[in-house]
Design a protein around this ligand. Sequence first.
Ligand SMILES: [Zn+2]
Length: 386
Amino acid sequence: MAWPIVALAGTPDSIGAEYGHHLLRRWYGVQPWDQTAEKDPRRITPCPITCQNPVEQPVRYCFRDKRSAKNLGEIVDKAVVGWSHAMVHSALRIQLDPGTGGDPEITCADERVAKDALVISDETRDGDEDYNLGPDCPTAATLGYQFIPEGRPTLPFRHRLRFCGYLADNEHRTKESAVRQMMHELGHVIGLAHEHQRPDRDEHIKFMCKRLWGYDEALEAAMKDEQGMMYDSEDESDDEETRVLKICNYPYYAKAYFPQALDYIRGDRFRGDEEEQIWKNRQFSDKFDFDSIMIYSSSDLAKEEEKRPMVRRSDRSDFYMGGSPDDDKVSISAGDIARVAQLYDNGTPECKQAQDGGNWGPVKITIRDVVEERVMPPWMGKRDEL
Ligand SMILES: [Zn+2]
């Protein structure tokens, strides 16, 4: 049987919002924790509550090794500051695992550190520029928190944040751009998925897969089809265009021939028992958030700089991860804050207000004693109507 091509050419099959339908703000990510999560390993949740009064749900991290702590410590600190507007009226905290005693050089392997802590690693290799800038050096993080149901063997180091975004001597991988990327990765850890992978994204953005870096090689591989996945003797429409649609829109084919496209594929197109269920469990808001820290910038992964793989559907204009082309103006969005307030509800009136969007003034935050107290600018007020 042929793959259902009709879904590729048809109108977007949006599934609409369920939980949070009435909400004004914008997000896409995991569901709030409930008791079924403890029994179902496919239910990825926000981080669990570790303290009841006041309620705290910390992301507890450690570094894989001392090199990672040294290279990424300051970037993580600044990225945590970047999330301060979301933490101030919620139960979310982002902090070193208590087992480290506050020392970043006590690594994840130390027996005092909890095995469910987030393992942060610098994936770059000293002196290997080709690898560091190439497609095999990963920047990626696990989404949310995975409970291990009682009676099942635990999975140590199951929460990971691999980072390749900072190279001290490279003009494209600066500390400032690394902070933006680290804020984004922490967003995954908190439980937020890519805004541009929402099932309804085609109503808001135009995605041009052919403009992605690596497209030509991917198409060549799909035409050769050495894995024998593409050819279907009953499919009369098995031509080049059909194969393009497959590798650009369906994870099964993208995994084989075009892995770069995977982070652009709509969430409702992931198939396979467990994976499908995990994606289906995600929720999204009524409105689409072009300013989220969880959206890729229009120009990310572009084959040619002036040809953006994603633009706004309405006027073909660009958008940016964290709302700005300038690294020093990047911030989380009002939608990011609202979703954190929902997933990390500390029960206060301020948190309730934050769930529908609040009035955001400056926020002060101190990260350990290393970073000075800073005031975050209230960027939110200037954004387009929510
Ligand atoms: Zn991401």
